[in-house]
Each structure stands twice: as structure tokens, then as C-alpha cells.
Design a protein around this ligand. Structure first.
Ligand code: 5AD
Ligand code: FES
Length: 378
């Protein structure tokens, strides 16, 4: 696997099934070495701004799903978003990750305006969007407005498993089309999945890993599933931290140049989960920049950490945590190593970065982005 960055599906499933403390320790060491060879000890820090918890979707695992009536909903205005970025810039952040539910209030033009204002105010910074599924034209507009990266976890590549976690009408193929469309538009793209969702098996996880290989993303975000009390999955058991770390290490060995976060969900299930994530091969950390007044309302799962902390406290806390395990934080933009920090090249498809080109990309990754149905059409 270290040589080719991949294994056959049954090889991955066997690797996952055969996890022992010894094999995990071995993989963590190998993964850390692979990461250090490309990135050294610096962990990229990004500011996560959760600007709206309204959501038109009803994913069964998610605390801000439409049918959860107990959520106190909020929306930040354009000026409030700018202000939070400005505070973040003052704290040293040079990437702003704008995340929300699928909130139609922010139409394509409004999002584009916000992105271009951030880019105009902070030309040294990258903007990452994490806004769910949208028509290709919206993605293209936002890219032209200056958005650099897009995070859209595929959650699980297996159609039946995906259907079991999502409301009728949502389809993993639509999500995959979005990911290829984003890639075709020249975004640095992140996919990812939850570990330990109900019904997940080593075979399904192997499929997720093979999908990562096929897509060739720049970033992969994984975290343990954590139940939320007001969702249909309230009584499902949480994902396993050790299994998540093991998968993180496998991803690092598959893609030494990948940007892989040590997620808040890892830190929620385990007090030192994010430190462990870095020791297993992660190289990104995303402290929360959401204003104090609303940060306690963006709860995708129960017991989320950092909801009572100021942005400056989170930033300092994360730095301390990284240093406690022999790493430093980098406040650069933290682009994928195969990309410069140059101006966006809309329409110019990015290569499949950091993966050995042992297999050709599917046509969608090479040619024009496929058509993505508008969310309204679902
Ligand atoms: N537990 C863990 N992760 C979750 N996410 C959503 N709900 C949960 C949950 N209950 C993750 C999904 C989504 C990302 C923003 O957060 O993977 O893509
Ligand atoms: Fe938010 Fe520690 S990272 S308080």
C-alpha cells in the first residue's frame, strides 16, 4: 500500500478487520513519517465559521436537520461574516472555512458577494466553502468570486448505506457528481465520511477508501459518528475513536500529500482525540471562529466541544495541544503541495493530486463537469 497508495477492496477490508493495537501503532508511525516527509511538523490551522444552522435537508444523523424543531436557528449577515473573518485574520488565520446547513436564504449571488468581499479584504487568505450540494453553475460562480476550496463529505459511497442515512430523494450519485463538478472547476476539493454510522462494515469502509482513490481529492475529512439526541439515530452507538484513527492513518499512507484534519468530532469523543489524530497522520486543525453568541447552536451531534469558548481561546488551545505532541501550528494558507497560492484558474481542472496515477480517472474528472441537478429538483 505504501508503494502504490492503494490495495484491492478485499485487502482494505481485511486491513480494517485485522486492526490490533500493534498494527495500529505500526500504521500510525508509518503515516506520521509519510506526513512529516511532505509537510514536516507544521499542522495547518483553519478558522471554521459556522454562519447558519438552517438546513433544508433532513439527514438522519445530523442535529440541525430540518425536522429537528428544538434547534434555535440563526443566520449571520454578510457584515457579521466579514467581521468574524476580520477577527480571525487578527488571530492569524489565513484560511476561512465557511460552513452552513443547506440554507437557501443565501442564494448564489449572496454567497458570491460574501466570498468576493472576504477575498478583497484579505487577499492573503484562502476561502473554503462547505455548503452542501448545489448546481454546478453556483459552484462556478463562487469559484469565479474567488473561493479556493470546497468541502463536501460523501458520507458513504455505498448507495444502500447512503440511502439508510438520508431522506428519500437524496442519492450518493448526486453527491459524487457534485464532487467531480467541483474538481472540474479547479477547486481544491475535500470528500470524507463518518466512521461508525449504523450499518457500516469493513467492506463499506473499503469502498469509501477506494472512492477516495478514484476521486483524487486534495482533502479528506473523517470523524466518528456521534449520535444527536433529537435525531432518529439518537440511540445508535457512537463510532470508535481507534477505528477512526486507523482509517486516518490508512488515508495518509494512500495520499502523503493530502490535507487531513484532526476533527472536532474526534476531540469530542476523546479529550485528546485531535492530538491522537495528528499522531496518526493528520495535518490540519480547524478551531472554531463562529461568534460566541451563536456557536452553541451549531450542534451536529451531542456534547460538541468548544461551544463555550471564544475564538481566541480556541486558537490558543489548539496551538497548545499541537505543541504538546511535538508539532507546531502553521498559519499559512496551507494549500495542497501540488498547487501554488496563485490566482484561481476557473475552469482549469486540477490534476488528481498526490496519488499515484495507477488508474485512469473517470471521464467526469477529465472533461467538462457533469450536470448537477438543483437541490430544489430533488
Ligand atoms: N456525528 C458526526 N459527524 C457528523 N456530521 C454530521 N452529523 C454528524 C454526527 N451526528 C458530519 C458529516 C458532515 C459534516 C459537516 O459533519 O460528515 O458532512
Ligand atoms: Fe476550542 Fe480547545 S480548541 S477550546
Amino acid at each position: 500500500m505504501e508503494r502504490d497508495g492503494t490495495l484491492p477492496a478485499d485487502g482494505f477490508a481485511e486491513l480494517i478487520r485485522g486492526r490490533t493495537p500493534e498494527s495500529a501503532g505500526y500504521l500510525f508511525a508509518k503515516a506520521s513519517e509519510a506526513r512529516d516527509r511532505v509537510f514536516g511538523k507544521a499542522v495547518f490551522m483553519r478558522g471554521l465559521l459556522e454562519f447558519s444552522n438552517h438546513c433544508a435537508n433532513d439527514c438522519l444523523y445530523c442535529g440541525i436537520r430540518r425536522s429537528n424543531r428544538s434547534v434555535e436557528r440563526y443566520r449571520l449577515s454578510g457584515p457579521e461574516i466579514l467581521e468574524a473573518c476580520s477577527a480571525g485574520h487578527g488571530l492569524g488565520f489565513r484560511t476561512f472555512v465557511l460552513q452552513s446547513g443547506e440554507d437557501r436564504f443565501y442564494g448564489p449571488g449572496l454567497v458570491a458577494g460574501i466570498v468576493s468581499e472576504i477575498k478583497a479584504s484579505f487577499p492573503d487568505s484562502a476561502v473554503t466553502l462547505s455548503l452542501g450540494e448545489h448546481p454546478t453553475e453556483s459552484y462556478a460562480l463562487w469559484r469565479r468570486a474567488g473561493a479556493d476550496r470546497y468541502l463536501l463529505r460523501h458520507e458513504t459511497r455505498d448507495p444502500a448505506h447512503y440511502a439508510s442515512l438520508h431522506p428519500r430523494g437524496m442519492d450518493v450519485e448526486a453527491r459524487v457528481r457534485c464532487l467531480y463538478a467541483l474538481k472540474g472547476l479547479g477547486y481544491q476539493v475535500g470528500c470524507g465520511f463518518m466512521v461508525g454510522t449504523p450499518g457500516q462494515t469493513p467492506e463499506l469502509l473499503a469502498r469509501d477508501l477506494l472512492f477516495v482513490k478514484e476521486l483524487g481529492p486534495h482533502m479528506v475529512g473523517i470523524g466518528p459518528f456521534i449520535p444527536h439526541r433529537d435525531t432518529p439515530l439518537a440511540s445508535a452507538p457512537p463510532g470508535d475513536v481507534d477505528e477512526t484513527l486507523y482509517l486516518l492513518a490508512i488515508l495518509r499512507l494512500m495520499g502523503p500529500k493530502l490535507l487531513i484534519p484532526a476533527t472536532t468530532a474526534l476531540g469530542t469523543l476523546d479529550g485528546t482525540g485531535r492530538e491522537k489524530g495528528v499522531m496518526a497522520g493528520a495535518n490540519v486543525i480547524m478551531p472554531i471562529l463562529t461568534p460566541a453568541a451563536v456557536r452553541g447552536k451549531y450542534l451536529l451531534y451531542d456534547n460538541k466541544i468548544c461551544t463555550g469558548d471564544a475564538s481566541s481561546a480556541c486558537r490558543a488551545c489548539v496551538q497548545r495541544r499541537m505543541e504538546s505532541v511535538g508539532h507546531s501550528v502553521s498559519l499559512g494558507r496551507g494549500d495542497h503541495p501540488d498547487l501554488g497560492a496563485g490566482p484561481p484558474a476557473p475552469g482549469g481542472p486540477s490534476p488528481a493530486p498526490g496519488f499515484s496515477a495507477s488508474r485512469p480517472l473517470p471521464p467526469a474528472a477529465r472533461g467538462a463537469p457533469p450536470d448537477v441537478p438543483a437541490p430544489e429538483a430533488r
